[in-house]
Design a protein around this ligand. Structure first.
Ligand SMILES: C[S@@+](CC[C@H](N)C(=O)[O-])C[C@H]1O[C@@H](n2cnc3c(N)ncnc32)[C@H](O)[C@@H]1O
Length: 322
């Protein structure tokens, strides 16, 4: 028996299980282990022999999961790896895992990370401006905020936060940091919010800026672009019990667009522009999309867990050719 359950209910859990269909003997990869909730559920569904390779960039997450699910770890059903999912092929190789029946990504940051002021992801409690998912990385949000040029900051806020006031906020930051370094989450949030009318219950004016900095610090969109083809390569083709499946949960439109476009492209046989009369690209579809529209959480889930509000789940299956 395992000692306990994840404190936070994983987002879209039933929907993920429905799409991944974990089965006994199956091997799965959870590229964003977090609190281990999804992994534990996959292990339960794939008992007695199903296995999960759990990856996280955050060593604290791995330590918590190891402590919470010691039996799965001891039985060798749950293997934990510190790393970035962008290195998936290499991690899978090193771990000696062959092809797998399912890969899950539940992107972004976890409740544990958000609720720990020392990690700097949230401004609801003051903390250092860190925001690194992997604290061994060299550049933190503080480094960016105090070191990037005004143009670079405005670009980050515009591209990753879709923030209309990107230039104004970048200018303010540059003016403020000339007086004193910006090192705290509350300091940055106050600077961003100054002079902006803010109604209780509405989204805080600093939300988009924090999102943008987190994406930039962790290179989130590039990592996502990099991992998608590697997932396809590691998924098994049909072994008689079904083809390998991928399930990806995103939390904002920038991520969702990358996943949607990847799946659509890999579900097509030819990528030539429409004016080319005969296919010259030779591209062959490798995926079958399982979610023509992204799956969203139910109202009940959002009421229980407001963080699920913006979640979107897309899934696809490796195409097997006869
Ligand atoms: C939303 S949480 C996952 C929650 C998890 N599904 C659960 O059931 O508790 C995202 C986790 O993925 C990790 N993460 C995000 N991007 C990553 C990346 N590129 N490589 C490895 N881990 C990453 C974060 O550190 C965080 O712990």
């Amino acid at each position: 028996m395992n000692s306990g359950r994840s404190q936070h209910v994983p987002v879209l859990l039933e929907e993920v299980l429905e799409l991944l269909q974990p089965r006994p003997e199956g091997q799965y990869i959870d590229g964003t282990l977090g609190g281990g909730g999804h992994s534990a559920a996959i292990l339960e569904r794939s008992a007695p022999n199903g296995r999960v390779l759990g990856i996280d960039a955050d060593v604290q997450a791995l330590a918590r999961v190891r402590a919470q699910f010691p039996d799965y770890v001891e039985q060798g059903r749950l293997r934990l790896v510190h790393g970035n999912f962008a290195d998936l092929a290499h991690i899978v190789d090193e771990a000696g895992v062959g092809s797998v029946q399912g890969v899950l990504l539940d992107l972004g940051f976890s409740s544990d990370q958000m609720e720990n002021p020392e990690r700097g992801f949230s401004f609801s409690a003051d903390g250092p401006l860190d925001m690194r998912l992997d604290q061994s990385l060299p550049v933190s949000a503080e480094d960016l905020v105090n070191g990037a040029s005004e143009e670079e900051l405005a670009d980050i806020f515009w591209r990753y936060g879709e923030e209309r006031r990107s230039r104004l906020i970048a200018r303010r930051i540059v003016r403020e940091r000339a007086r004193r370094a910006i090192t705290r989450t509350a300091q940055l949030a106050a600077l961003v919010a100054a002079g902006v009318p803010y109604k209780a219950g509405a989204i805080h004016p600093a939300t988009r800026i924090f999102q943008a900095l987190r994406i930039a610090v962790n290179h989130e969109l590039e990592r996502l672009q990099t991992v998608l083809p590697q997932i396809l390569d590691v998924l098994s083709t049909d072994d008689g019990s079904g083809a390998g499946r991928m399930a990806i949960i995103t939390f904002h439109s920038l991520e969702d667009r990358i996943v949607k476009e990847f799946m659509r492209r890999e579900a097509k046989d030819c990528l030539c522009p429409p004016r080319v009369p005969v296919c010259i690209c030779g591209h062959k579809a490798r995926l079958r999309i399982l979610t023509p529209r992204p799956v969203a959480p139910t109202e009940q889930e959002v009421a229980r867990n407001p963080r699920a509000r913006s979640a979107k789940l897309r899934a696809a299956e490796v195409l097997t050719r006869s």
